[in-house]
Design a protein around this ligand. Structure first.
Ligand code: V07
Length: 255
């Protein structure tokens, strides 16, 4: 067991050069916790919001790379239900980022056949944020390429509570029997309903935890953590994560 772990560490560390990827084993759904934006700014004596802005600029590169590699769904954790506790000026700034991002990128996203989606409660968002996001969803609803799914005002336990309430309601209305509640039924009532579970979770900035992100959906996913701060994250790091994923999931002719 210890030997296996040692081998695995060696393999995973041996990816510093540009990773060569197996096009047959690209993770279909990659989820990313884009952490370390505030820390990136602090290191440079800049306000936290400068880190958020820089972090936003990384997204377009990762979308491009995902498209190129054939990733089908990219979920990005943009704002958690806990993030409302941050200072109001920071929250106000963050709530302007969807508009800023979409103003700059939506035409390109449409061109690249990307479908914009949101996982999270849109009701609590400021009107200007909700409008921008709804427009992007609508304008890209005819596309059938990469699903770019922003987790926005998202919290996993809240999502599960809401899913269970929905299921209880169906039972109460006599549309569903308790005996017929399955993992699939619960899963379909989550905000990620139609999406496949992530194959790979990436978290930047050295924190080794889930922070209430997709607890149900990540049950069988591979996890890849890096010390790299999100604004410093590049295509190379993304490919490195996928290379590690491929090493871990490689099947040697068996099933
Ligand atoms: C946010 C930039 C990335 C680093 C992490 C936190 C800050 C893109 C969006 C976004 C959301 C929805 C949408 C289009 C773009 C975003 C927030 C924060 C709240 F439809 N980046 N980004 N939203 N950050």
């Amino acid at each position: 067991m210890l030997k296996k772990w040692t081998n695995r560490k060696e393999e995973e560390n041996n990816t510093s050069e540009e990773a060569s990827l197996d096009p047959q084993n690209i993770p279909e759904h990659v989820a990313i916790i884009m952490d370390g934006n505030g820390r990136w700014a602090k290191k440079r004596g800049l306000p936290r919001v400068a880190g958020h802005r820089e972090g936003m600029n990384v997204i377009k590169k990762i979308v491009k790379t995902s498209n190129k590699l054939g990733v089908k769904t990219l979920t990005l954790y943009a704002f958690s239900t806990e993030n409302w506790k941050r200072p109001k000026p920071e929250v106000d700034f963050l709530m302007r980022l969807p508009e800023r991002f979409l103003k700059a990128e939506l035409p390109q996203l449409i061109e690249e056949n990307v479908q914009v989606r949101i996982t999270g409660s849109k009701e609590a968002l400021p009107g200007h944020t909700r409008d921008a996001v709804n427009k992007a969803i609508e304008d890209t609803s005819g596309n059938d390429g990469l699903i770019l799914n922003f987790a926005l005002n998202y919290g996993s336990r809240h999502e599960m509570v809401e899913a269970m309430k929905d299921v209880y309601k169906e039972i109460e209305r006599g549309r569903l029997a308790i005996e017929d509640v399955t993992e699939d039924i619960i899963g379909s009532h989550l905000m990620t309903g139609g999406l496949k579970d992530p194959d790979l979770l990436i978290r930047t900035s050295g924190e080794i935890r889930l922070s209430n992100f997709m607890l149900w959906q990540l049950a069988y996913s591979e996890f890849w953590f890096t010390e790299v701060l999100w604004p410093d994250f590049t295509e190379k790091h993304f490919k490195e994560a996928i290379a590690v994923y491929q090493k871990r999931t490689r099947r040697f002719g068996g099933v």
